[in-house]
Design a protein around this ligand. Structure first.
Ligand SMILES: [Zn+2]
Length: 364
């Protein structure tokens, strides 16, 4: 079919509708918090998240049975699964060509930094300390902070992306939060760290297989523990400490870093945690993350301007050419559609939905 590249698949819309179903508890939370703090801007968030994906502005080409989505009412809220999902896709689309390019000259590592699980009352201070101390990690790796006993220049780090994720789980009738950073480190090519050591974290990995760690991972584990606990990063302290925090650094093969990156910058929390979302969780996260940047690029990955690339320009041109052909038949009618109208169209299957935004959400 001509214009197929602009077609919005049925599942894409259906899945979006499924995701926004989980927004009602968030809306109720904003109403509650807005009343509690007597703050109308918070109450307004409730209205916005309730209306997410509920209205579509379309150009309707009746004779050709095509509806071109011009705008979707999206809330962009931190707790909206749908908006966060779409933002993650967009982010992925912007970073991926850059990582692909970098992978020719560098190796990419998926690095995870964790700290012990935190109770609700401690989450804000835990995250504050993680953010504060990650700055040091970046400084050691970029050379602006020197260590007396580790030569960080050996890793040839040129860039990092750091993304916060907070998982939560019920343990012994209590809710525990597990904040951690997923990162992509862009390091010198060909270091091939060998796995050499087992330690207390070796047992806790998938498939219950014992995992050994590389010297690089052990360095990160001990260093992260020291930084987080305000222990000076000296050789003596390093040699004396008997523990670290669980950190892993896995080299991404060329065929897997798409997946790794998608996972690493997927956003604040995972879909599997959705059923635990309640007022208590939202209240904790809202205050713990207030004005925090969830994703941050450093070094070479901070300097890129993630604007539309030439390819995107090309894609947009092709959209306008396609649209010109639609217009040769008829002038569209401008309509505002509700979610239920869109659902009806999809079920009946007579009308085709297209959008020029399709390309910006496209994932390999
Ligand atoms: Zn939304």
């Amino acid at each position: 079919m001509e214009g197929f590249e602009w077609l919005i698949e049925k599942n894409f819309i259906i899945e979006s509708f499924e995701r926004v179903k989980y927004n009602e508890p968030v809306a109720e939370f904003y109403e509650w918090l807005g009343a509690l703090e007597d703050d109308q801007t918070i109450v307004n968030k409730a209205d916005r998240i309730r209306l997410c994906m509920k209205f579509f502005d379309v150009d309707y080409y009746r004779m050709q049975s095509i509806k071109d989505i011009k705008r979707v009412n999206a809330c962009h809220d931190l707790f909206c699964y749908n908006c966060q999902h779409n933002i993650a896709l967009k982010r992925f689309g912007k970073y991926m060509p850059i990582l692909e390019d970098l992978s020719k000259d560098f190796d990419l590592y998926h690095v995870v930094f964790t700290v012990p699980d935190s109770e609700a009352c401690m989450l804000k201070s835990t995250i504050k300390q993680m953010y504060k101390k990650f700055v040091y990690i970046n400084q050691y790796f970029n050379g602006s902070r020197k260590s007396s006993f580790v030569d960080f220049s050996q890793f040839g780090c040129v860039g990092i992306v750091r993304s916060l994720e907070v998982e939560f789980k019920v343990r012994k009738d209590k809710l525990w939060y597990h904040p951690h950073f997923h990162c992509v480190f862009v390091l010198k090519k060909g270091m091939n760290f060998r796995k050499v050591k087992y330690n207390c974290f070796s047992h806790s990995y998938k498939n219950e297989r014992l995992r050994s760690f590389t010297r690089f991972e052990i360095l990160l584990q001990n260093m992260w523990y020291m930084l987080y606990n305000d222990i000076p990063f000296t050789q003596r302290n390093f040699d004396e400490i008997t523990r670290g925090y669980s950190c892993t650094a896995d080299k991404c093969d060329s065929n897997e870093y798409h997946e790794v990156f998608k996972y690493a910058v997927g956003g604040l929390f995972k879909w599997k945690n959705r059923d635990l979302i309640c007022r208590q969780v939202l209240d904790t996260l809202y205050h713990a993350l207030y004005r925090r940047k969830i994703i941050q690029g450093y070094g070479i990955l901070n300097r890129f301007k993630f604007d539309l690339s030439e390819n995107d320009d090309e894609a947009i041109r092709s959209y306008y050419e396609y649209k010109k052909r639609l217009l040769a038949f008829e002038k569209p009618v401008k309509e505002v559609q509700t979610m239920s109208q869109v659902k009806r169209d999809i079920n009946e299957g007579q009308i085709v939905y297209i959008s020029r935004f399709k390309k910006t959400l496209k994932v390999k």
